[in-house]
Each structure stands twice: as structure tokens, then as C-alpha cells.
Design a protein around this ligand. Structure first.
Ligand SMILES: *[C@@H]1O[C@H](CO)[C@@H](O)[C@H](O)[C@H]1NC(C)=O
Ligand SMILES: *[C@@H]1O[C@H](CO)[C@@H](O)[C@H](O)[C@H]1NC(C)=O
Ligand SMILES: *[C@@H]1O[C@H](CO)[C@@H](O)[C@H](O)[C@H]1NC(C)=O
Ligand SMILES: *[C@@H]1O[C@H](CO)[C@@H](O)[C@H](O)[C@H]1NC(C)=O
Length: 648
């Protein structure tokens, strides 16, 4: 029941706006609250600048309960706390509700990078290296483990300024490091040093040090949790558990500790424990009123949506002034990106004039336009047949706009004033589309040399591989073609025109028909990538006859289809060879792409490899390319991560 879904969304929004206890609604928030509300242990112990030592940590053994002796700390010179594990002493930097941040052992001052063997602890019954750590690695022989998160997380150096680590690996990635392991596994990458930061979930900045998660063994936990607390499994400590207060309560949750205190909002401030129970009528009244209001709202929105959806909408033609969806809050809310008004886009595209058309396919039409503030945009007009389609498109927009990658065209927003023709806005960069350049359709279009073409192919495959392999759930383009590949001023790829509607996927009259004889009923992004590679090699030459082109390629007459603008016969042998390799890759995309034997990651890897070779082996050096590739490894290129990811 979609309306019901929206109504409940709406209710959540409404509740959010009321000053009710947020711990009732957002568990995430609740956890963050806990981070700052670490209640002192029974003895209210302190050491140096740490005002109180939270349960279960303690200095005096009689302040902790017997089975938890692992949490005994020492306070040296009244200034510095140390945690002893085995024979090693770790300086305590900070406490978290689920862990403790410690320094590298044996160091009295901060060191930018440490030896890979300097932190040998991995786990015991009470502590384990937390998945919240992000590892910075220095000067690795094999940088395939590097993730691009480093650029978006603030990882301070020793002096507090930007640590500027070139390579980082978040332990939450789990591909190389696994829960329960220490850091020794990283030594096989030949790095010369490493450092570590704790980056708490939902935060964008790191704190230097190694976060150790703490827990108590499950077999010792019976009766450990206070009332109003649940027992939860630890993440990294094997067979370890902690107590966690139920929603609406705060504290450490342990019967031996502070237990759980009721949390509530009084006069706009969060208060705890007994303060909640005094003169609480006002709050309760507010909650009841809010509940009644919310119910009325749900019913009203249900009725509104019901009538709205029942309303016949003429397809293809719509009255912009009427705005079928103007009145529904729910639809408006569904578009979480910026909402544009129809007349704004009508103006920008000169009334959706034919001359503004960039691409026209079963996947809708893209128009170029200029907004009132001078921003160049591409407006993708989609055709939905019913409200289900429309909702699907809106939810896909939300997914897409949450992903940022330097080779994705920025999604600016959408417009839903136009009935069943939602409009999606992308930023439209300076150099138009790849199609315009290959077909010399653009005014002053420059012919793309082989390097540029190769670079464009490699970037395209890389971003598609990224979307497919690093985003969960994976994002597929579904309609890859040269018209959807925008080029910025450096001829860097900005991909757009994603297929947002599964019902239109693959049933339209696609420009290219299947490669003769072979299967390919089920075409996919890899197959389309093959088509794109062919187009990059052939330019406008033979484009209408891919079958012919492929036959020629198979019978060794590749030169007959190569774009004349590439001057095949004047190219040095290594470059001709590259063109052949790419042609061969295109063929393999057709043959093995559809059944998954050749993945986008393989295509990206090969293209990046060829591009890199062409820099190393080529006599002619292209500065832009060199800049892009010389500092990074192949895999880094392939897994170029986005500026930020948020997958709802
Ligand atoms: C530890 O706590 C006990 C009881 O509270 C107290 O008698 C004792 O002096 C404390 N020891 C230290 C070293 O503070
Ligand atoms: C404690 O003080 C002694 C003497 O002043 C000093 O040598 C030692 O390094 C100090 N320890 C810590 C952990 O600060
Ligand atoms: C609890 O389990 C651990 C292993 O998981 C074991 O070493 C220990 O002896 C157990 N303790 C008790 C009291 O059963
Ligand atoms: C916690 O771990 C135990 C033992 O591995 C398992 O049976 C239980 O389902 C886990 N609980 C949760 C909430 O994952």
C-alpha cells in the first residue's frame, strides 16, 4: 500500500518536528547521545583531563565488579590513563559507549606513521580492534587496497591539521580486513607505515588512535543488564555482548553500572531519570495531541492520495498550470532533491524546442537548457504510464542523487508538476555529449584523438563498474549510449541519462539490434559498453551497421571501419595495436557480456590498463592523462569512490 507508506513517512516527519524525545524515533541519534552521555563509574574516578572514567572501566578494583577485571586502568602521575592488555600498556585517549580509543603502545608523542608491527593486539575476550577504525597507509608497493574515502573524511595529522594520507582503508570495508584480525594482514601490501583514526558511524571526521571495542563474554553476562536494557552482541569481540538501554532510556545499561535512565524532553531540553517524572502532564498531553493530529493527517492524506491517483491523467499531454501533484505533500516529499517548477524548465529549454534536443530514445528525451541563473542543465523528460512508474522514478532519483562520483553528471533535482512526465535535471558540462563529438554534429566540434577516446572509454567503464560493484544495491545504467556521456572542459566523463524506469527497460526500439546470430536477447550495460567501444573506434562510420562492422573486425579488416578522423594508417604500430585490442574487447562485450562471463569490472580493468600503457609506452604524452593516471594504481582508478555516499 503505497499511500499508507507515504502516510507513515509523513507521520515520521511530523513527529520529528515536534520536540518529542528523539530517542523514541531515531535510534541513530540515540546512540550519538550515548557517546556524549557516558555516565561515570560507581566511584566517580578521574585522571588528568579525563573527568570521569565510565563503567566498566575503573582504577580501584573495588569500583568495578569482579568478572570485569579486564577493564582495570592505571592512572600514571595523576595525568595519564593506561589500559594494560597482556604485557602491553596502551595510553587511553577517549572513551566511547562501546569502546575506548587508545594510542600506539610505547609512544610518548604522536607519530604521523607507525611501523606495521607496532600495534600487535587483535582481540581477546573483552577487546577487539573496532570496525570503526580507518587505516592510513603510507607508501605502499601495492595500493589496490586504497579506498577513496580518505578524500572525504577529515583525518587529522599529529598537529591537528589535515593528515593528508594518500591512501586509506576503512575496516568497515571488510574486503581485506576481517573482524577479529589485527593489523598484520596489511603488511603484505608492502606499505612503509600506517596510522589509524576512529571514525564513528555517521561522522565525517576521524580521531587519531585505535578504537578498541569492548564487551563482556556472553557466558558471564547473565543478570548483567539492568531493567530497560537489552543484551546486544558486540560487533568485533567474538562471543562478546554489551547491555544497551531501550529506546527512551539512556545510560550504560549494566546493573552494576548506572543502568538505564528515562530520557525525555522538558522545556526543549533533554533531561534524564527522575526529572522526567515530575510534572509530566504537559508532555503527555502534547504526545496525545500529536497522535490525534497525526491520525487525522494520515486519513486526510490517504483520502487525498486516493482521489489523486484515481484521477485520469491524459498521457503525453499535460497542463503545466494545473500541476496534478501540486497539492500532495507526499509526492513533493518523495522528491528529496531540489524541486523545480515546470515553467522554469519550460523557459530554460525554450519550450522544449526541437533544437534543444540532445538525445531521444525509449528512455525519454534529454533537452539542453539554461536556467535563469545561467547554469547549463540537461533536462531528462521521462514518460511514466501510471503512478507506480512515477513513484519508481522518484525513488530512483533519490538513490541516484545520494551517490556522487566525479564521472557522474550531478543530479540537480526534478520537476513533478508535469503529470506523468517527470523531469530530471542534470548539470550539463561545457563540452556537450560524446555523440556530438563522434558525429561531428557540434559547432566547432573538435575531433577526439585516440587518447581522449580511450580515456573516455576507461572512465565510463570505471564509473559503471563502481556503481555496479561498490554501491549496494547496485545501480545499472540500462541505457548506455554516447548521447548520455557528457564531457566537461577537460573531456572528463560525466555520465547521465540513467534508466530510472524498469518497465521501459529493454523494450524500446533500440538503435542497435542484436549482434547477428548470437543470443543477446538479454542485453545489459556490458553489451552496451561494447556498442560504445565500437562507436568510439568507428565514429559515425558504419554506425548504422554494427553487424557489418563486427564481421569486418572478425575477418581482420578492422582498418575499414576505423573512424577516418583517427588516421589509422598514420598511427604508430603500438597505437594501431591498441585500437585492435579495444575492438577485440568490444567483440567480447557482445559475446560474453550478456551472460555475465565478462563483467564491467573486467572491461574497466582492461581499458584502464590500455590507457596506462599508452602513457608509458606512447611517445606522445598527453598532460591531462598523465596527471590522472601516474599517481594511482589501476585498481584505484577502477574503484574511484565517490565524494560521498549515502545509501538510504
Ligand atoms: C579503593 O576503594 C576502597 C573502597 O571504596 C577504598 O577503601 C580504597 O582506599 C581504595 N583504594 C585506592 C587505591 O584508592
Ligand atoms: C611520570 O613522571 C615521571 C617523572 O616525572 C616521568 O619520567 C614519566 O615519564 C611520567 N610518566 C608519564 C606517563 O607521564
Ligand atoms: C566462557 O567462555 C570462554 C570461551 O568463550 C571460556 O574460556 C570461559 O572459560 C567461559 N567461562 C565460563 C565461566 O564458563
Ligand atoms: C547474538 O549471537 C548469538 C550467538 O552467536 C546468536 O544466537 C544471536 O542470534 C545473536 N543475536 C543477534 C541479535 O544477532
Amino acid at each position: 500500500m503505497l499511500p499508507l507508506f507515504f502516510a507513515s513517512l509523513f507521520l515520521l516527519r511530523l513527529l520529528n518536528q515536534l520536540p518529542l524525545s528523539h530517542s523514541l524515533i531515531e535510534p541513530q541519534h540515540h546512540h550519538q547521545e550515548l557517546q556524549t552521555l557516558l555516565l561515570p563509574n560507581q566511584c566517580n574516578e578521574k585522571c588528568g583531563r579525563i573527568d570521569h572514567i565510565p563503567f566498566p572501566f575503573h582504577l580501584n578494583t573495588s569500583c568495578g565488579s569482579v568478572p570485569f577485571s579486564a577493564f582495570h586502568l592505571s592512572c600514571q602521575n595523576f595525568t595519564t590513563l593506561f589500559l594494560n592488555i597482556g604485557s602491553e600498556s596502551y595510553r587511553v585517549l577517549e572513551f566511547f559507549s562501546d569502546g575506548v580509543l587508545v594510542d600506539f603502545p610505547g609512544l610518548s608523542s604522536c607519530r604521523q606513521y607507525n611501523d606495521l608491527h607496532s600495534f600487535s593486539f587483535a582481540k581477546n575476550d573483552n577487546f577487539a580492534v573496532s570496525v570503526d577504525n580507518v587505516i592510513g597507509l603510507y607508501d605502499c608497493e601495492d595500493s589496490s587496497l586504497c579506498k577513496a574515502e580518505c578524500e572525504t573524511i577529515d583525518l587529522p595529522g599529529c598537529d591537528g591539521s589535515d593528515g593528508g594520507t594518500g591512501c586509506c582503508y576503512p575496516l568497515s570495508d571488510h574486503s581485506i580486513w576481517h573482524v577479529g584480525e589485527g593489523f598484520s594482514g596489511f603488511s603484505k601490501f608492502g606499505c612503509r607505515g600506517f596510522s589509524s583514526w576512529a571514525v564513528l558511524r555517521g561522522s565525517n571526521s576521524g580521531k587519531r588512535g585505535v578504537k578498541l571495542e569492548w564487551a563482556i563474554p556472553r557466558n558471564l553476562s547473565s543478570g548483567a543488564c539492568a531493567g530497560n536494557a537489552d543484551i546486544v552482541n558486540a560487533t568485533a569481540v567474538q562471543a562478546g555482548v554489551r547491555c544497551l538501554c531501550e529506546d527512551g532510556f539512556v545510560g550504560n545499561g549494566f546493573a552494576n553500572g548506572a543502568g538505564c535512565l528515562k530520557s525525555c524532553i522538558k522545556d526543549g531540553q533533554e533531561v534524564y531519570g527522575s526529572d522526567c517524572y515530575t510534572k509530566g502532564h504537559g508532555e503527555r498531553k502534547a504526545i496525545i495531541i500529536a497522535g490525534v493530529l497525526a491520525t487525522v493527517f494520515i486519513i486526510a492524506s490517504l483520502i487525498a492520495i486516493f482521489y489523486l491517483l484515481k484521477r485520469p491523467v491524459k498521457q503525453g499531454k499535460y497542463d503545466p498550470d494545473k500541476g496534478y501533484f501540486h497539492s500532495t505533500v507526499s509526492f513533493r516529499k518523495a522528491c528529496t532533491t531540489r524541486l523545480f517548477a515546470y515553467h522554469e524548465l519550460d523557459q530554460a529549454t525554450k519550450g522544449f524546442e526541437e533544437a534543444q534536443k540532445l538525445v531521444d530514445s525509449s528512455n525519454g528525451t534529454i533537452y539542453a537548457g539554461v536556467l535563469g541563473d545561467g547554469l547549463h542543465v540537461a533536462v531528462h523528460k521521462l514518460q511514466c504510464d501510471n503512478e507506480r512508474d512515477l513513484l519508481q522514478v522518484l525513488s530512483q532519483i533519490e538513490v541516484l542523487s545520494a551517490v556522487q562520483h566525479r564521472n557522474m553528471a550531478r543530479l540537480l533535482g526534478c520537476c513533478i508538476d508535469s503529470g506523468y512526465n517527470p523531469l530530471v535535471l542534470y548539470e550539463y558540462p561545457a563540452n556537450g555529449t560524446l555523440e556530438e563529438h563522434l558525429h561531428q554534429r557540434r559547432e566547432h566540434s573538435i575531433s577526439l584523438d585516440w587518447y581522449k577516446r580511450l580515456h573516455i572509454a576507461a572512465e565510463t567503464a570505471s564509473v559503471l563498474a563502481f556503481l555496479q560493484y561498490e554501491i549496494s544495491p547496485p545501480i545499472f545504467h540500462h541505457h548506455l549510449k554516447s548521447g548520455y556521456i557528457f564531457l566537461d572542459q577537460d573531456f572528463s566523463v560525466k555520465i547521465a541519462g540513467f534508466g530510472l524506469l524498469s518497465s521501459s527497460l529493454r523494450n524500446g526500439a533500440d538503435l542497435y539490434n542484436s549482434y547477428e546470430g548470437s543470443c543477446c536477447l538479454h542485453k545489459n550495460d556490458v553489451y552496451d559498453m561494447g556498442m560504445l567501444l565500437l562507436e568510439i573506434i568507428a565514429g559515425s562510420n558504419h554506425l548504422d551497421m554494427p553487424t557489418v562492422a563486427l564481421q569486418k573486425m572478425r575477418s581482420g579488416k578492422l582498418e575499414e571501419i576505423v573512424d577516418p578522423l583517427l588516421y589509422y594508417h598514420e598511427q604508430p604500430p603500438f597505437r594501431r595495436e591498441q585500437i585492435e585490442i579495444v575492438a577485440d574487447l568490444a567483440t567480447r562485450c557482445f559475446l560474453f557480456g550478456a551472460d555475465g562471463k565478462l563483467g564491467m569490472i573486467d572491461v574497466a580493468r582492461e581499458l584502464v590498463h590500455i590507457t596506462k600503457e599508452s602513457i608509458d609506452g606512447g611517445s606522445k604524452r598527453v598532460p591531462a592523462l598523465e596527471e590522472t593516471f601516474s599517481n594511482s594504481s589501476l585498481l584505484q582508478m577502477i574503484s574511484m569512490s565517490p565524494d560521498s555516499i549515502y545509501v538510504p
